[in-house]
Design a protein around this ligand. Structure first.
Ligand code: BDR
Ligand code: CA
Length: 308
């Protein structure tokens, strides 16, 4: 068993794929899912996490609602990318059980209960994490590791922004929260657009057809929700699934240790993540992914999604 995990997410098509990958990984002991507002509103992201869990028969994993808006700004959502329901408007059934409240408390209390053991994988705006870090100050010291999908570091040809030329969606949505997270001392791994938009890890129409032919509830769900993006964009970017892969198989990634400044201005630089080298002899606070073994990732993803 690799370890205890909390998934903090805003499902979202690729968050749902990340959840499916995590659920197929016996080495990850998923203690709970916390929902945050991002791709769509908190009422939908929480329900979507439950829809995914119940669709694949994992009803026992609890879902907790966290923050309904960024720390200091109004919420701007991305239904144009994920569908009006956040899961590609594919008619995935509504859950039997609703999500519970208390997401931020759940994150902090779980980390305190298992000091040094819990990995948090955050694939939405960092609002819940920043609140857990500030309202419960022992959290950053006691968390084993935080792995985020977020940031555009301009360290590879793919590391450009997807909301502005500089900024990635999760960081752009709540830059104040991201700043708190990047300035904390908690061990941090960043899976940003530098690797997630590498064309070799995208689901193209051919890979989509392969997945559509697979049997089993997970593959069925994956192909239903991905259809929305295949039809509109001709491909699916599976960003958040790579953050789960970084927890499962970190050796699949090449990383550099750097510090990161998050820009919180109200101009075109909002949400930019600027990496800079630590002082001579020092270590960077964040491990930033700059390359991925895409063949291994695709093999892992297809194998896990095809499991019954
Ligand atoms: C990130 O933004 C969201 O739309 C996706 O779910 C992913 O977490 C990619 O920039
Ligand atoms: Ca997400």
């Amino acid at each position: 068993m690799l370890g205890k995990v909390i998934l903090d997410m805003d499902p979202g098509i690729d968050d749902a794929l990340a959840l499916l990958l995590a659920l197929s990984s016996p080495e990850l002991d998923i203690l709970g899912v916390t929902a945050v507002a991002g791709n769509t509103t908190i009422d939908k992201t929480g329900v979507n996490a439950r829809r995914v869990l119940e669709y694949v028969g994992k009803d026992g994993i609890p879902v907790f609602l966290g923050a309904s808006a960024p720390l200091a700004r109004p919420l701007s959502t991305a239904e144009h990318v994920h569908g009006s329901d956040g899961l590609g408007d594919a008619g995935i059934p509504m859950p039997v059980q609703p999500p519970r409240g208390g997401g931020i408390q759940f994150i902090a209390e779980t980390i305190r209960k298992y000091p040094g053991e819990v990995i948090v994988i955050a694939t939405g705006p960092l609002t819940n994490i920043a609140l857990a870090y500030t309202l419960y100050p022992s959290t950053p010291r006691l968390v084993k590791q935080l792995i985020i999908m977020g940031g555009a570091y301009h360290l590879t040809p793919y590391g450009r922004g997807n909301v502005t030329p500089l900024s990635e969606f999760n960081i752009y949505t709540d830059p104040e929260a991201a700043k708190i997270v990047f300035e904390s001392t908690a061990p941090l791994t960043c899976v940003g657009l530098d690797v997630t938009t590498n064309p070799s890890v995208k689901i193209d129409p051919q890979r989509y057809r392969e997945i559509s032919r697979l049997r089993g509830r997970k593959a069925e769900l994956a192909s239903k929700i991905m259809k929305y993006q295949i039809e509109r964009f001709g491909e699916v970017e599976v960003h958040d699934a790579l953050a789960v892969a970084a927890a499962m198989q970190p050796a699949m990634f090449q990383m550099v240790e750097m510090n990161v400044q998050v820009l919180t201005n109200n101009d075109v630089s909002r949400g930019a993540t600027i990496p800079f080298k630590p002082k001579e002899g020092g270590r960077g606070r964040a491990r930033i992914c700059i390359d991925i073994n895409s063949e291994e990732f695709m093999r892992l993803f297809l194998e896990k999604v095809s499991e019954a």
